[in-house]
Write a protein that binds this ligand. Structure first.
Ligand code: HEM
Length: 195
C-alpha cells in the first residue's frame, strides 16, 4: 500500500527534521556537536531495533505490512547511522583523517560502532531486489548479520554509558528478546515461510 509506505517514510524523517530545526534555531545546548552525535546514535539504534521487530510483528499480527516495511526501516537505520558517522567525522574530529584513523583503532567503542556501521552499509547496498536475486541463498546468510550489527551497536552503547546503564539495559533487553524470538522461530517452519 503506497499510503502506508509514504506515511512510514515521512514519520521516519520526523526525528531528522526535528534535529535540523534545532540546528537552525541554535537549540542544541552547550555542546551542539555532542548533542547531535547522541541524538543521531539513538535514532540509528531505534530504527535498527524496529527493523528487527518487523518479522515478529508480522507473525504475531498476521499483517503483511510489517514485513513490507522492514527494508525501508532498515535503510533508515543506515541513514541515521550515516548522519551519526558524519557528525563524528565533521563536528567532533573536523575531518582530521589521522585522528579519525587513530580513534577507530584505539577507542574500542568507536571500533565497535564502526563495525556495526560496516555491516549496516553492506546490508543497505545489497538491499535492492536486483541484489536479492543476484546473491540468491547468500543474500539471506548475509542479511542475518543484522543481528550482529545489533549486538555491536549495543556493545558500543554499553561501552559509552559506563555509569548510567539503564538505557543500555533497556535497548539490550529489546535486542535480547528479538534474538530469542528469532532463535525460537528459526527452528520451526513458520519462520522459514514468513521471514
Ligand atoms: C559509524 C561508526 C560510529 C561512530 C564513529 C560512533 C561514534 C559515537 C560517538 C562519538 C558517540 C558519543 C559518545 C559520547 O561522547 O558520549 C556515540 C554514541 C552513540 N552511538 Fe555511535 N558511533 C558509530 C556507530 C553507531 C551505530 C551503527 C549505532 C547504532 C546503530 C550507534 C549508536 C549510538 C548510540 C545509541 C549512542 C549513545 C547515545 C546516547 O548516549 O544517548 N553508533 N557514537
Amino acid at each position: 500500500m503506497r499510503g502506508v509506505r509514504s506515511g512510514v517514510f515521512v514519520l521516519a524523517l520526523v526525528p531528522f527534521g526535528a534535529l535540523c530545526l534545532r540546528v537552525v534555531q541554535n537549540d542544541l545546548g552547550p555542546d551542539p556537536a555532542k548533542e547531535l552525535s547522541l541524538a543521531t546514535g539513538e535514532w540509528a539504534l531505534r530504527f535498527l531495533l524496529l527493523a528487527l521487530a518487523m518479522t515478529p510483528l508480522r507473525v504475531l499480527t498476521g499483517r503483511l505490512e510489517f514485513a513490507q516495511r522492514r527494508r525501508m526501516i532498515g535503510l533508515f537505520a543506515l541513514f541515521y547511522s550515516s548522519v551519526h558517522l558524519l557528525v563524528w567525522m565533521a563536528f567532533l574530529l573536523g575531518f582530521r583523517w589521522g585522528a579519525i584513523a587513530e580513534e577507530l583503532v584505539e577507542r574500542p567503542y568507536i571500533t565497535l560502532g564502526f563495525a556495526a556501521y560496516v555491516i549496516l552499509f553492506a546490508l543497505g547496498v545489497t538491499s535492492p531486489r536486483v541484489m536479492v536475486r543476484r546473491l540468491g541463498r547468500n543474500w539471506r546468510r548475509l542479511h542475518r548479520l543484522v543481528y550482529a550489527a545489533g549486538v555491536l551497536a549495543i556493545a558500543h552503547l554499553v561501552w559509552i554509558v559506563r555509569t548510567d546503564l539503564v538505557e543500555a539495559v533497556a535497548y539490550g533487553s529489546v535486542l535480547l528478546g528479538l534474538l530469542a524470538w528469532r532463535v525460537y522461530f528459526n527452528r520451526g517452519a513458520i519462520f522459514r515461510r514468513l521471514a
